[in-house]
Ligand binder design. Sequence first.
Ligand code: DC
Length: 222
Amino acid sequence: MSIAIALDGPAGAGKSSIARRAAKALGYIYVDTGALYRTIGLAAMRNGVEPVPSREVDALLAAIRVEMTFNEAGEQIVLLNGEDVSGEIRTPEASMMASKISAVPAVRAYLLDLQRDMAKTNNVIMDGRDIGTVVLPDAKVKIFLTASPEARAQRRYKELLEKGMDVNYDDILRDVAERDYNDTHREIAPLKPAEGSITVDTTALDFEQSVEAIINVIKENR
Ligand code: DC
């Protein structure tokens, strides 16, 4: 039997970098489900599907192929119709489109099996918004990882600056607030702590402390 760890929480709580490191330390596969929503968001952008939701999303889903694979270093790669789009899905525009498209029920249904299949055969830390509530409700450990909106905006700001992007803190804080609103207010699979989940707040923790907190919660509860 494989072990599944569900890790949910708002945008920018550091979930991906913390989970990636914790997964490595524990020998689990790190699965970033946001990348899948971003890939569909990118497909929508490329095909001019806007506004979202719209009926065009169904046609889009029928026309694309989304796959998740891992490179030799164990890093997740997402493929859109066979093309590696792992870098292109990381822009602020793709983030916003992912948030909008993730509210479309057909999109969530489209990605469900892909996510569940991954957890069937591997020990995973799966990072998302609805992993503990919808995708893997029977996960052995469910963690809700959060931090204040300001702390999350500050971290994302630093991250984008380091990537050489031309960004402004206030714009990022506004994006964080808008995405929080979208993610928590959508009708289907809204972001909320799963039943039986353990909340870890990283506002006052640095990266290493956050990794340690997550590893401890997993070791104590798996
Ligand atoms: O984690 P992220 O920022 O890469 O996620 C991108 C968007 O996808 C985010 O706005 C919420 C959505 N998402 C979701 O609805 N469900 C998931 N399991 C993962 C992400």
